[in-house]
Design a protein around this ligand. Sequence first.
Ligand SMILES: NC(=O)c1ccc[n+]([C@@H]2O[C@H](COP(=O)([O-])OP(=O)(O)OC[C@H]3O[C@@H](n4cnc5c(N)ncnc54)[C@H](OP(=O)(O)O)[C@@H]3O)[C@@H](O)[C@H]2O)c1
Length: 329
Amino acid sequence: MKAIVYERYGSPDVLHLTEMAKPVPGDREVLIQVHATTVNSGDWRVRSLEVPAGFGLMARLALGVFRPRQPILGTELAGEIEAVGKDVKAFKPGDQIFAFSGVRMGCHVEYKTMPEDGPLTIKPKNLSYEEAASLSFGGTTALDFFRRGNIKRGDKVLINGASGAVGTAAIQLARYFGAEVTGVCSAANLDLVRSLGADRVIDYTKEDFTESGETYDIIMDTAGTAQFSRCKKALKKGGRLLQVLGSLPDLLQIPWVSLTSSKKVIGGPSAERLEDLRFLAELAEAGKLKPVIDRRYPFEQIIDAHRYVDTGRKRGSVVIALGSASAAI
Ligand SMILES: NC(=O)c1ccc[n+]([C@@H]2O[C@H](COP(=O)([O-])OP(=O)(O)OC[C@H]3O[C@@H](n4cnc5c(N)ncnc54)[C@H](OP(=O)(O)O)[C@@H]3O)[C@@H](O)[C@H]2O)c1
């Protein structure tokens, strides 16, 4: 089977297409034929080791000091179960599924094995493989941060960086939870952010939301520009700053903020839960969560997809199509 691999950290040029043996599922594993995957900000960071300030050493220790321990990137996929191990009960050949391998990665392949109780679930019927592959990275991140931030009906929520994979999911989830939503993005993305349900939009090139006098119960920062020192006056009493993108110094100040203020900063990596995938699938099937796809690339052009994601300007997800799906691009 074909796989995209890399043996050293760096620019998209470190990636190359290779042939490797098709995996064989173990007794309690399923074999998935991958129809769609994505290139996202996680792939960019892991490939390039461009991580937020202070996390460089930790990233090398976690991913491989001199070279990547996991040579295959890709956190999300959607596809069809081709075969199952002899003890598998939850899935059968022909099932259409989507999966989130998260930090374990390994989705940039034609075939992948996963444990039957791993992070995979049935694909919503109303979504294409490409849409289903785009559900989990942004969706699970936004959901986990909102849960930790105790989002409630009626909360005033601002999302800084509302047009990326996390932001586009966050707007829709915040609306689902009954919040009043303000999205911050550049002028080119104002219509997109509005169309996803934002009650108000702010163009960050024209207006600084921290200076407007408006206050919020929750500020979610996916852009790394809303540090606590900058946006504390835009948080209500008891307000929460959800730092999806924060540096090590940002993370280290969290206990101090809690001790000295009624406000809270919540950061760190988001949790990866199977229940969250199932919840996102339910919302998508009910038409309450729509994955946003910016661009599509065939598997063989994945390096171009990485180059685009590296710009930091994508809207929602960048999808990679495999097999017959890629012929349609
Ligand atoms: N903590 C965690 O567990 C976790 C999980 C997932 C992701 N992350 C991190 O979260 C960040 C966002 O992820 P993503 O996948 O959503 O990224 P993405 O899809 O690449 O989103 C990039 C978006 O950021 C916007 N942006 C850039 N500069 C901005 C600014 N100054 N103000 C507001 N928006 C700005 C861009 O919109 P414009 O073109 O309109 O500027 C673009 O749409 C990444 O750095 C990622 O590493 C963390």
